[in-house]
Design a protein around this ligand. Structure first.
Ligand code: ATP
Ligand code: MG
Length: 360
Protein backbone atom coordinates (compact mmCIF):
# COMPACT_ATOMS: atom_id res chain seq x y z
CA UNK A 1 0.00 0.00 0.00
CA UNK A 2 1.13 3.55 -0.65
CA UNK A 3 1.57 5.72 2.44
CA UNK A 4 -0.81 8.61 3.02
CA UNK A 5 1.27 11.74 2.39
CA UNK A 6 1.66 14.46 4.97
CA UNK A 7 0.30 17.54 3.30
CA UNK A 8 1.76 20.82 4.53
CA UNK A 9 -0.26 23.96 3.91
CA UNK A 10 2.13 26.74 2.96
CA UNK A 11 1.41 30.44 2.39
CA UNK A 12 3.67 32.15 -0.14
CA UNK A 13 4.08 35.92 0.04
CA UNK A 14 6.53 36.84 -2.74
CA UNK A 15 6.28 40.57 -1.98
CA UNK A 16 8.29 43.12 -3.94
CA UNK A 17 11.22 43.19 -6.37
CA UNK A 18 13.50 40.18 -6.30
CA UNK A 19 11.29 38.72 -3.56
CA UNK A 20 9.03 37.32 -6.26
CA UNK A 21 11.96 35.88 -8.20
CA UNK A 22 13.57 34.10 -5.27
CA UNK A 23 10.29 32.81 -3.82
CA UNK A 24 9.47 31.25 -7.20
CA UNK A 25 12.91 29.62 -7.13
CA UNK A 26 12.44 28.28 -3.59
CA UNK A 27 9.00 26.92 -4.39
CA UNK A 28 10.35 25.09 -7.41
CA UNK A 29 13.01 23.44 -5.26
CA UNK A 30 10.49 22.47 -2.56
CA UNK A 31 8.10 21.05 -5.14
CA UNK A 32 10.93 19.00 -6.63
CA UNK A 33 11.68 17.59 -3.17
CA UNK A 34 8.03 16.69 -2.64
CA UNK A 35 7.81 15.09 -6.09
CA UNK A 36 10.83 12.95 -5.19
CA UNK A 37 9.51 11.96 -1.77
CA UNK A 38 7.75 8.86 -3.04
CA UNK A 39 4.42 10.19 -1.82
CA UNK A 40 5.60 10.74 1.75
CA UNK A 41 4.85 14.46 1.81
CA UNK A 42 3.35 17.18 -0.36
CA UNK A 43 2.97 20.94 -0.25
CA UNK A 44 -0.34 22.67 -0.71
CA UNK A 45 0.48 26.29 -1.63
CA UNK A 46 -1.59 29.41 -1.51
CA UNK A 47 -0.06 32.63 -2.84
CA UNK A 48 -0.86 36.13 -1.56
CA UNK A 49 -0.08 39.10 -3.80
CA UNK A 50 0.64 41.56 -1.00
CA UNK A 51 3.29 44.25 -1.13
CA UNK A 52 3.81 47.70 -2.64
CA UNK A 53 1.71 47.03 -5.79
CA UNK A 54 -1.14 45.97 -3.52
CA UNK A 55 -0.60 49.24 -1.63
CA UNK A 56 -0.86 51.23 -4.88
CA UNK A 57 -4.17 49.52 -5.70
CA UNK A 58 -5.77 49.47 -2.25
CA UNK A 59 -3.85 51.77 0.08
CA UNK A 60 -2.84 48.77 2.22
CA UNK A 61 0.20 46.51 2.16
CA UNK A 62 -1.92 43.42 2.83
CA UNK A 63 -5.61 42.52 2.79
CA UNK A 64 -7.59 43.76 5.75
CA UNK A 65 -8.35 40.19 6.87
CA UNK A 66 -4.85 39.07 5.90
CA UNK A 67 -3.76 37.92 9.34
CA UNK A 68 -6.92 35.82 9.73
CA UNK A 69 -6.25 34.19 6.37
CA UNK A 70 -2.67 33.34 7.29
CA UNK A 71 -3.39 31.95 10.73
CA UNK A 72 -4.23 28.38 9.70
CA UNK A 73 -1.11 27.72 7.60
CA UNK A 74 1.71 25.40 8.69
CA UNK A 75 4.28 28.01 7.65
CA UNK A 76 4.71 31.22 5.66
CA UNK A 77 7.32 31.53 2.91
CA UNK A 78 8.15 35.19 2.39
CA UNK A 79 10.20 37.05 -0.25
CA UNK A 80 10.95 40.69 0.43
CA UNK A 81 9.08 43.91 1.01
CA UNK A 82 9.82 47.47 -0.06
CA UNK A 83 9.81 49.58 -3.19
CA UNK A 84 10.76 53.22 -3.80
CA UNK A 85 7.06 54.14 -4.32
CA UNK A 86 6.19 53.52 -0.65
CA UNK A 87 8.16 54.87 2.33
CA UNK A 88 10.20 51.98 3.78
CA UNK A 89 8.75 52.27 7.27
CA UNK A 90 5.21 52.08 5.83
CA UNK A 91 5.88 48.98 3.74
CA UNK A 92 7.85 47.23 6.47
CA UNK A 93 5.33 47.88 9.25
CA UNK A 94 2.37 47.26 6.93
CA UNK A 95 3.40 43.72 6.05
CA UNK A 96 6.50 42.04 7.38
CA UNK A 97 6.64 43.49 10.90
CA UNK A 98 2.87 43.23 11.17
CA UNK A 99 3.07 39.47 10.61
CA UNK A 100 6.10 39.03 12.88
CA UNK A 101 4.44 40.89 15.74
CA UNK A 102 0.90 39.53 15.33
CA UNK A 103 2.12 35.94 15.19
CA UNK A 104 4.55 36.46 18.06
CA UNK A 105 7.54 35.34 15.99
CA UNK A 106 9.91 36.42 18.71
CA UNK A 107 12.96 34.44 17.63
CA UNK A 108 14.70 35.34 14.38
CA UNK A 109 17.35 32.78 13.53
CA UNK A 110 20.01 33.73 10.98
CA UNK A 111 22.73 31.16 10.27
CA UNK A 112 25.97 32.38 8.71
CA UNK A 113 28.50 30.05 7.16
CA UNK A 114 30.92 29.78 4.29
CA UNK A 115 29.83 27.83 1.23
CA UNK A 116 32.43 25.87 -0.73
CA UNK A 117 33.59 27.72 -3.83
CA UNK A 118 32.50 31.11 -2.49
CA UNK A 119 35.19 33.63 -1.68
CA UNK A 120 34.25 36.11 0.99
CA UNK A 121 36.09 39.37 1.67
CA UNK A 122 38.07 37.92 4.60
CA UNK A 123 41.53 37.27 3.26
CA UNK A 124 42.77 34.94 5.97
CA UNK A 125 39.66 32.99 6.83
CA UNK A 126 39.11 29.47 5.54
CA UNK A 127 35.96 27.45 5.11
CA UNK A 128 35.65 26.36 8.74
CA UNK A 129 36.19 29.77 10.27
CA UNK A 130 32.70 31.04 9.68
CA UNK A 131 29.96 28.97 11.22
CA UNK A 132 27.62 30.93 13.45
CA UNK A 133 23.98 31.50 14.11
CA UNK A 134 22.84 35.02 14.90
CA UNK A 135 19.79 34.83 17.18
CA UNK A 136 17.81 38.03 16.98
CA UNK A 137 15.19 39.19 19.47
CA UNK A 138 12.29 39.82 17.13
CA UNK A 139 9.42 41.22 19.20
CA UNK A 140 10.59 44.23 21.20
CA UNK A 141 13.82 46.13 21.74
CA UNK A 142 14.53 49.03 19.41
CA UNK A 143 11.77 47.94 16.97
CA UNK A 144 8.95 48.06 19.52
CA UNK A 145 7.47 51.00 17.63
CA UNK A 146 7.32 53.19 20.73
CA UNK A 147 7.64 56.92 20.42
CA UNK A 148 6.31 59.70 18.32
CA UNK A 149 7.05 62.92 16.56
CA UNK A 150 6.36 66.38 17.91
CA UNK A 151 5.95 64.97 21.39
CA UNK A 152 8.15 67.51 23.05
CA UNK A 153 7.84 71.25 22.98
CA UNK A 154 9.21 72.79 19.82
CA UNK A 155 11.82 74.53 21.89
CA UNK A 156 14.81 73.45 19.85
CA UNK A 157 13.96 75.36 16.73
CA UNK A 158 12.43 72.35 14.98
CA UNK A 159 10.52 69.16 15.36
CA UNK A 160 11.51 66.64 18.00
CA UNK A 161 11.12 62.87 17.70
CA UNK A 162 11.38 60.28 20.45
CA UNK A 163 12.09 56.61 19.67
CA UNK A 164 12.10 54.33 22.68
CA UNK A 165 13.31 50.76 23.01
CA UNK A 166 11.35 48.26 25.08
CA UNK A 167 13.15 45.58 27.04
CA UNK A 168 11.17 43.21 29.24
CA UNK A 169 12.59 40.56 31.53
CA UNK A 170 10.30 37.96 29.92
CA UNK A 171 11.34 39.03 26.42
CA UNK A 172 15.06 38.97 27.22
CA UNK A 173 14.85 35.66 29.07
CA UNK A 174 13.02 33.74 26.35
CA UNK A 175 15.40 34.76 23.56
CA UNK A 176 18.48 34.15 25.71
CA UNK A 177 17.22 30.69 26.73
CA UNK A 178 16.47 29.99 23.07
CA UNK A 179 20.11 30.84 22.25
CA UNK A 180 21.45 28.55 24.99
CA UNK A 181 19.22 25.66 23.89
CA UNK A 182 20.43 26.16 20.33
CA UNK A 183 24.08 26.23 21.47
CA UNK A 184 23.57 22.79 23.07
CA UNK A 185 22.74 21.34 19.64
CA UNK A 186 25.99 22.62 18.12
CA UNK A 187 29.54 21.27 18.09
CA UNK A 188 30.80 24.45 19.72
CA UNK A 189 28.71 25.15 22.81
CA UNK A 190 29.16 28.87 23.17
CA UNK A 191 26.81 31.85 23.44
CA UNK A 192 28.02 35.40 22.88
CA UNK A 193 25.62 38.04 24.13
CA UNK A 194 25.80 41.45 22.46
CA UNK A 195 24.58 44.75 23.93
CA UNK A 196 25.64 48.36 24.29
CA UNK A 197 25.09 48.43 28.02
CA UNK A 198 27.78 50.99 28.72
CA UNK A 199 25.80 53.67 26.88
CA UNK A 200 22.20 52.38 27.09
CA UNK A 201 21.93 52.01 30.81
CA UNK A 202 18.39 50.69 31.34
CA UNK A 203 17.23 48.15 28.77
CA UNK A 204 20.62 46.75 27.90
CA UNK A 205 21.74 46.48 31.50
CA UNK A 206 18.55 44.49 32.15
CA UNK A 207 19.51 42.25 29.22
CA UNK A 208 23.01 41.72 30.67
CA UNK A 209 21.55 40.86 34.08
CA UNK A 210 19.17 38.30 32.59
CA UNK A 211 21.98 36.84 30.49
CA UNK A 212 24.12 36.29 33.58
CA UNK A 213 21.23 34.68 35.46
CA UNK A 214 20.22 32.34 32.60
CA UNK A 215 23.85 31.39 31.92
CA UNK A 216 24.01 29.85 35.40
CA UNK A 217 21.46 27.23 34.22
CA UNK A 218 23.79 26.17 31.39
CA UNK A 219 27.16 25.43 33.01
CA UNK A 220 28.11 23.27 30.00
CA UNK A 221 27.91 26.27 27.65
CA UNK A 222 30.74 28.79 27.33
CA UNK A 223 29.57 32.41 27.54
CA UNK A 224 30.73 35.95 26.94
CA UNK A 225 29.18 39.43 26.93
CA UNK A 226 30.50 41.78 24.26
CA UNK A 227 29.63 45.36 23.31
CA UNK A 228 28.20 45.65 19.82
CA UNK A 229 30.94 47.90 18.48
CA UNK A 230 33.60 45.47 19.67
CA UNK A 231 31.58 42.56 18.25
CA UNK A 232 31.46 44.18 14.80
CA UNK A 233 35.26 44.24 14.84
CA UNK A 234 35.41 40.66 16.17
CA UNK A 235 33.22 39.40 13.30
CA UNK A 236 35.92 40.56 10.91
CA UNK A 237 39.06 39.89 12.94
CA UNK A 238 38.33 36.63 14.80
CA UNK A 239 35.28 34.96 13.22
CA UNK A 240 36.42 31.50 14.33
CA UNK A 241 35.67 32.38 17.98
CA UNK A 242 31.89 32.53 17.54
CA UNK A 243 29.09 29.98 17.57
CA UNK A 244 25.74 31.41 18.73
CA UNK A 245 25.46 35.20 18.89
CA UNK A 246 22.36 36.57 20.64
CA UNK A 247 21.40 40.23 20.43
CA UNK A 248 18.54 42.71 20.46
CA UNK A 249 16.44 43.49 17.41
CA UNK A 250 18.55 46.34 15.97
CA UNK A 251 21.98 45.05 16.93
CA UNK A 252 21.31 41.58 15.54
CA UNK A 253 19.82 43.05 12.36
CA UNK A 254 23.02 44.95 11.68
CA UNK A 255 25.35 42.13 12.73
CA UNK A 256 23.60 39.56 10.57
CA UNK A 257 23.97 41.73 7.44
CA UNK A 258 27.64 42.07 8.29
CA UNK A 259 27.87 38.31 8.81
CA UNK A 260 26.27 37.46 5.49
CA UNK A 261 28.52 39.93 3.66
CA UNK A 262 31.54 38.23 5.26
CA UNK A 263 30.20 34.86 4.08
CA UNK A 264 30.17 36.24 0.53
CA UNK A 265 26.91 38.12 -0.07
CA UNK A 266 23.65 39.29 1.40
CA UNK A 267 22.02 37.10 -1.25
CA UNK A 268 23.19 33.94 0.58
CA UNK A 269 21.65 34.59 3.97
CA UNK A 270 18.65 32.59 5.16
CA UNK A 271 16.40 33.30 8.11
CA UNK A 272 13.53 31.95 10.17
CA UNK A 273 11.07 34.06 12.18
CA UNK A 274 9.88 31.56 14.73
CA UNK A 275 6.96 31.40 17.10
CA UNK A 276 8.63 28.69 19.19
CA UNK A 277 5.42 27.84 21.05
CA UNK A 278 3.83 27.04 17.67
CA UNK A 279 0.63 28.86 18.50
CA UNK A 280 0.96 30.76 15.20
CA UNK A 281 2.67 30.03 11.89
CA UNK A 282 6.37 30.82 11.64
CA UNK A 283 7.78 32.70 8.65
CA UNK A 284 10.83 31.87 6.52
CA UNK A 285 12.55 34.47 4.34
CA UNK A 286 15.90 35.46 2.92
CA UNK A 287 17.64 38.22 4.89
CA UNK A 288 18.04 40.47 1.84
CA UNK A 289 15.54 43.07 0.70
CA UNK A 290 13.76 43.69 -2.60
CA UNK A 291 16.96 44.82 -4.38
CA UNK A 292 15.34 47.32 -6.80
CA UNK A 293 18.71 47.78 -8.54
CA UNK A 294 18.65 44.24 -9.97
CA UNK A 295 14.93 43.33 -9.81
CA UNK A 296 13.20 41.91 -12.88
CA UNK A 297 16.39 40.84 -14.64
CA UNK A 298 16.65 37.23 -13.50
CA UNK A 299 19.93 37.96 -11.73
CA UNK A 300 18.98 37.58 -8.08
CA UNK A 301 20.82 35.03 -6.01
CA UNK A 302 18.20 32.49 -4.89
CA UNK A 303 20.43 30.75 -2.32
CA UNK A 304 19.21 32.82 0.66
CA UNK A 305 15.63 31.96 -0.21
CA UNK A 306 16.45 28.29 -0.85
CA UNK A 307 18.34 28.12 2.45
CA UNK A 308 15.27 29.61 4.13
CA UNK A 309 13.21 26.83 2.56
CA UNK A 310 15.60 24.37 4.23
CA UNK A 311 14.97 26.06 7.59
CA UNK A 312 11.25 25.69 6.90
CA UNK A 313 11.65 21.96 6.20
CA UNK A 314 13.37 21.58 9.55
CA UNK A 315 10.52 23.38 11.26
CA UNK A 316 7.94 21.17 9.52
CA UNK A 317 9.63 18.08 10.91
CA UNK A 318 11.55 17.11 7.77
CA UNK A 319 15.19 17.40 8.98
CA UNK A 320 16.56 14.85 6.50
CA UNK A 321 15.11 16.78 3.59
CA UNK A 322 16.54 19.99 5.06
CA UNK A 323 19.98 18.38 5.24
CA UNK A 324 19.68 17.13 1.64
CA UNK A 325 18.81 20.63 0.52
CA UNK A 326 21.83 22.11 2.31
CA UNK A 327 23.97 19.45 0.61
CA UNK A 328 22.51 20.37 -2.78
CA UNK A 329 23.38 24.04 -2.21
CA UNK A 330 26.94 23.01 -1.34
CA UNK A 331 27.21 20.82 -4.44
CA UNK A 332 26.07 23.76 -6.57
CA UNK A 333 28.51 26.35 -5.24
CA UNK A 334 31.36 23.85 -5.10
CA UNK A 335 30.83 23.23 -8.82
CA UNK A 336 31.34 26.96 -9.41
CA UNK A 337 27.73 27.69 -10.31
CA UNK A 338 27.54 31.16 -8.76
CA UNK A 339 25.18 34.10 -9.33
CA UNK A 340 26.53 37.52 -10.20
CA UNK A 341 26.67 38.83 -6.61
CA UNK A 342 29.22 36.05 -5.94
CA UNK A 343 31.27 36.94 -8.99
CA UNK A 344 29.71 34.28 -11.23
CA UNK A 345 27.43 34.37 -14.25
CA UNK A 346 24.63 31.98 -13.27
CA UNK A 347 21.11 33.40 -13.49
CA UNK A 348 18.48 32.82 -10.80
CA UNK A 349 17.06 30.10 -13.03
CA UNK A 350 20.38 28.35 -13.70
CA UNK A 351 21.32 28.38 -10.02
CA UNK A 352 17.92 26.97 -9.06
CA UNK A 353 18.12 24.25 -11.71
CA UNK A 354 21.57 23.27 -10.48
CA UNK A 355 20.25 22.87 -6.93
CA UNK A 356 17.35 20.73 -8.19
CA UNK A 357 19.72 18.59 -10.26
CA UNK A 358 21.96 18.11 -7.22
CA UNK A 359 18.95 16.89 -5.23
CA UNK A 360 18.13 14.07 -7.58
P1 ATP B 1 16.01 46.02 3.28
O1 ATP B 1 15.87 47.38 3.82
O2 ATP B 1 14.71 45.37 2.92
O3 ATP B 1 16.90 45.15 4.11
P2 ATP B 1 18.04 47.03 1.61
O4 ATP B 1 17.63 48.31 0.97
O5 ATP B 1 18.87 47.06 2.80
O6 ATP B 1 16.73 46.18 1.87
P3 ATP B 1 18.62 45.02 -0.37
O7 ATP B 1 17.38 45.17 -1.15
O8 ATP B 1 18.79 43.78 0.39
O9 ATP B 1 18.85 46.24 0.55
O10 ATP B 1 19.86 45.21 -1.33
C1 ATP B 1 21.16 45.57 -0.88
C2 ATP B 1 22.17 45.24 -1.97
O11 ATP B 1 22.35 43.82 -2.03
C3 ATP B 1 21.71 45.68 -3.36
O12 ATP B 1 22.80 46.15 -4.09
C4 ATP B 1 21.18 44.41 -3.97
O13 ATP B 1 21.29 44.36 -5.36
C5 ATP B 1 22.03 43.33 -3.32
N1 ATP B 1 21.22 42.10 -3.16
C6 ATP B 1 20.24 41.91 -2.26
N2 ATP B 1 19.68 40.71 -2.42
C7 ATP B 1 20.31 40.12 -3.45
C8 ATP B 1 20.18 38.84 -4.10
N3 ATP B 1 19.27 37.92 -3.73
N4 ATP B 1 21.01 38.57 -5.13
C9 ATP B 1 21.93 39.47 -5.52
N5 ATP B 1 22.12 40.67 -4.96
C10 ATP B 1 21.31 41.01 -3.93
MG1 MG C 1 18.74 46.06 4.81
Amino acid sequence: TTPVPSVFRLAAIPGDGVGAEVVAAGREVLDALAAGSGGRFAFDWEEFDWGCDHHARTGRMMAEDGLERLRGFDAIYFGAVGWPTVPDHVSLWGLRLRICQSFDQWANVRPVHFLPGVRGPLRNADEHDLDWVVVRENSEGEYAGLGGRNLAARGRGGEVAVQSALFTEVGCERIIRFAFDLARTRTRRKVSSVTKSNALQYGMVLWDDVFRRVAADYPDVETESVLVDAMAARFVLRPQDLSVVVASNLNADILSDLGSALAGSLGLAASANLNPERRFPSMFEPVHGSAPDIAGRGLANPIGAIGSAALMLDHLGLPEEAARLHQAIHTTTRAGILPHDLGGTATTRATTQAVITALT
